[in-house]
Ligand binder design. Sequence first.
Ligand SMILES: [Zn+2]
Length: 486
Amino acid sequence: MKKLFAALLTILVLAPSVPATGKGKADLVIRHATIVDVEKERLIPDQAVVTAGDRILAVGPDAEIAGEWNAARSLDAGNRYLIPGLWDMHVHFGGGPDLIAENQALLPLYVAHGITTVRDCSGDLPYDVLSWRQQIADGKLFGPTLLSSGPKIEGIKPVWKGTLETGSEAEVDQAIAKLKDLKVDFVKITDSTLKPELFLYAVKQARAAGLNTSGHIPMALTLGQAVDAGLSSVEHLDYALNAGVKDEAAIAADYAAGRIDRAEASRRLDQGYDPAFAVQGFRHLAEKGVFVTPTLNGSRIIAYLDREDHAKDEYLAYIGPGLRKTYEWRVQRAAKATPEQVQARHEQFEVTAAVLPLLQKAGVTIIGGTDAGFLNSFNYPGIGLHDELSLYVRYGLTPAQALASVTRAGPAWFGKLDRYGSVTVGKVADLVLLNGNPMEDIAATRAIHAVVLRGQVQDRGALDNMMSDTRAKVAAWDKQAQAGGK
Ligand SMILES: [Zn+2]
């Protein structure tokens, strides 16, 4: 019924722009594009895509469609590959109020890498980010469409800043009412001091209020308990791994009763992981409609800091000095590790990454997300999502599955597949034109010819300018920092 209504609405809205005689008016026609139908994993050659405002008006064979429209701008795709805009479903902004300009300078980096939507999973500037969300929607600030959790729900005096502190069910209720008022896009719940029973209560109440939830699951709970309470997505693959641990419930109970500490609980969870048992646990996630955001790129960087020196990464030139400073704590912590700990870190990463194809096989929807932003060392906004995609394929997804994780899984999670996730009529004109075929080689997402952001064409020159503008800003900040003796 809803679908039928949407279809009728589309016809009603679109019909007046195609007069009975003469040509329809449009803002843009992209000609001779090879459309990548991510859902059906197929290519549709020689298509024309017509847009007006931020919407796709018409799609069809170039020979039939292109002549029917008078478009203000024409872009010849030259048979390049047209995909829906990319979504990075796990990013952060933060590092304190002094870093607002540095965080805003990250926004164009996303667009320059084909990312048209980001999901902000909360940081210490939640109210600023919510105002950027509005400014971007109003066209006052340039950046990808921003979806944000706003302040996360936590316990009393948590390690994280920018939270709503809750110590009782009444306070959780107040927090959720406040988040509803802020019109957040979803609810993030973390567990540094939040009581496990309040974690479950917050998940339930947020779902009852019509909001998706994600977060860090308390060690005293099993993944199944969080899922049964209504958790919408599991962030970070290591949490998903727990569903494949046979005595997970016993470990959670021992930890809850104070019989073992966090380190011991982690050790037992890692040792207890059994790939044969895991598929069953992962099926439970699939049945409950829970998605998983692996955020492999960040974990891999930290796991292999001993082998890979990032100090001379070229991309550091695009990251402000204050944000670069937030990278240091993980680097310093990693440097203190013993050879045994380093070895364990490598193994832990490899075991965790191997979970990815099992999740896919069990029918769990994988959401592409990086964890890029402040604190997460060398996990760079923009290029990081392409690194994340490479890892998905390296660890067992097909290129098409990886592509779906960054074009369709995000809209699906937010219930927005009616507006995003395909190059079809009625969808938002968020598009990326690639030089190569990403279904053949996922690295093709890195070679971007043009981005269409809410109907606006950003050609290669414009994308290069976004990069050089941010680089120039960072260079100026670096100079300032040096002059200030910092
Ligand atoms: Zn995160």
